[in-house]
Design a binder for this molecule. Structure first.
Ligand code: B16
Ligand code: MG
Length: 215
């Protein structure tokens, strides 16, 4: 049985993936750039600046802006995003997540969050979950975005465990790759994966159960 469950935040614990999409879409529309839901799949688990670079690349505009202009665009996107997440409450925790955290605690299985978001603490706080995990790894603890394994490895190390003792839950292709590269087993939630598939594929967090995830 696995000794720890490591949760992605955006798209697994709560549906902020939708808010990230809306916030980028507002920015893209204001600049006359193409950006749709299929493009958004490439942004999941990817840092803010790397996400902007993907949008610029899609629109053949990578060389059109100075670093200062790109910082300003990231700030505008984040202002849009912060406004959207201001409405989050514990009712926005996705189905099955609270039960899984409770069951893990009951069985002595550790829990951690692996989110590359700079807003992770604020989101967890609004959801009333900031103190429910044994460890939280966010943008401050890492230097590389998913699909690099760093964020999952940092969690395992902080919990005093090896990768093989942990299972990660993710909704993005970059996240699934990061979990596998960290030597962990993976659970994918409605994930569009073109490379290696998750070890367990589920359509929704509703299908998560403690036995399924840990065994
Ligand atoms: P921020 P995760 C990631 O969080 C999101 O999936 C990704 O879309 C976002 O760009 C990234 O966080 C950075 O977020 O702009 O708030 O720092 O999926 O790793 O929880
Ligand atoms: Mg995610």
């Amino acid at each position: 049985m696995k000794k720890a469950i490591i949760f992605d935040l955006d798209g697994v614990i709560t549906d902020t993936a939708q808010f990230h999409f809306e916030a980028w879409k507002m920015l893209a529309d204001s600049l006359g750039f193409k950006f749709d839901r299929a493009d958004n799949e490439r942004l999941k688990g990817v840092s803010r600046m790397d996400s902007l670079n993907i949008i610029l690349e899609i629109n053949n505009a990578l060389d059109r802006f100075s670093p200062e202009e790109k910082e300003a665009m990231c700030k505008t996107k984040n202002d849009n995003y912060v406004e959207l997440i201001g409405r989050l409450t514990p009712a926005d925790i996705l189905p099955g997540i609270s039960e899984l955290i409770d069951d893990a605690e009951r069985h002595g299985v550790k829990t951690a969050v692996a989110s590359v978001s700079k807003n992770a603490s604020s989101v967890l706080s609004s959801l009333g979950l900031l103190h429910r995990f044994d460890y939280i790894a966010d943008a401050k603890k890492i230097t590389k975005s998913k699909p690099d394994p760093e964020i999952f490895s940092v969690c395992a190390e902080a919990l005093g465990l090896e990768g093989k003792d942990c299972v990660g839950i993710e909704d993005s292709q970059a996240g699934i790759e990061a979990i596998h590269s960290a030597g962990m087993r993976s659970v994918g939630i409605n994930v569009t994966v073109t490379s290696r598939k998750p070890d367990l594929e589920l359509r929704s967090t509703k299908e998560l159960t403690f036995d399924l995830v840990t065994e």
